[in-house]
Design a protein around this ligand. Structure first.
Ligand code: MF3
Ligand code: CO
Ligand code: CO
Length: 269
């Protein structure tokens, strides 16, 4: 067999969705992005991460959608909120934001069975110059990765584009967490690495849906997971940032499912 039917799994074990499936991903992605837009005005010094998460959970319910993270491997919240040196999977709770804190808020929703997964950076109050630079480089690194998405390129091309850009800016790419296939499931093959060599890895094909979600550190790339079994932090306590989009490979490039409806993806736009 030299031809893989549409709506099936390819040789590399990656599902190829059909042209009709893109609209389902658009609905889910749009809701996740809209929630990240609407949470922005609430991100101020003094608010607790638990309060932000409760607002997010309310927005998911109001939309008649489902949170993908509540109940996922025992996780109990509608978002992950990762402040300063927290790399990812920060658990919302009683902690209150301080002036100058930077944070990633990551939301995944299910709409009609389709998963929309996106995260972006926010600042509480005043943004420091070094945090601003980290956020800008991380944001631009995600888009370097997205620009590498087209049929015929490989997953290694995505990772290579991100790593090259980040390291040229003397920052580091986290190796311990990666992007993932998604669609009618939350986490599917392949692992989407944010580093790597051009031309390596599975080839990109029309119909692949996955996330790109680079985590970038001002210091060294090593992370550790805290005793709560979720919170990942930089080992050297350096500041970390992350942006995430859910995308689909099209016949000639890429479609981003989680674009901000009001163009608020970058905190300073
Ligand atoms: N949304 C995260 C991702 O980008 C996964 C969070 S899983 C959770 O893949 F359980 F921590 F919420
Ligand atoms: Co993800
Ligand atoms: Co996510």
């Amino acid at each position: 067999m030299d031809k893989t039917p549409k709506g099936n799994v390819n040789r590399d074990g990656i599902r190829l969705y059909t042209p009709e499936d893109y609209s389902g991903m658009h609905s889910a992605g749009a809701l996740a992005a809209e929630i990240l837009d609407r949470i922005a005005p609430l991100v101020v010094p003094g608010v607790s991460t638990g309060e932000l998460d409760a607002a997010i959970e309310g927005m998911v319910e109001e939309a008649g959608a489902t949170s993908a993270t509540i109940g996922y491997k025992g996780y109990q919240h509608a978002s992950c909120i990762s402040i300063n040196h927290v790399v990812c999977h920060g658990i919302p709770g009683v902690k209150r934001l301080k002036d100058g804190d930077i944070l990633n808020i990551d939301v995944t929703v299910i709409v009609d069975g389709w998963f929309g997964d996106t995260s972006r950076m926010y600042v509480a109050g005043t943004l420091s110059r070094k945090a601003e630079r980290l956020i800008q480089v991380t944001h631009d690194a995600l888009f370097k990765g997205i620009e590498a998405v087209k049929p015929g390129n490989t997953f290694g091309d995505i990772g290579h584009a991100i790593q090259t850009y980040v390291e040229a800016n003397r920052m580091s790419v986290v190796r311990d967490f990666c992007g993932h296939g998604l669609g009618r499931v939350f986490h599917a093959p392949p692992n989407v690495l944010h580093y790597g060599r051009a031309g390596t890895g599975p080839r990109l094909e029309e119909g692949m849906f996955f996330t790109i979600e680079p985590m970038v550190n001002l210091g060294r790339p090593e992370t550790k997971v805290l005793a709560d079994d979720w919170t990942a932090v930089t080992r050297d306590k350096s500041l970390s940032a992350q942006f995430e989009h859910s995308v689909g490979v099209t016949a000639d490039g890429v479609e981003i499912f989680t674009l901000s409806p009001t163009d608020k993806f970058h905190p300073t736009y």
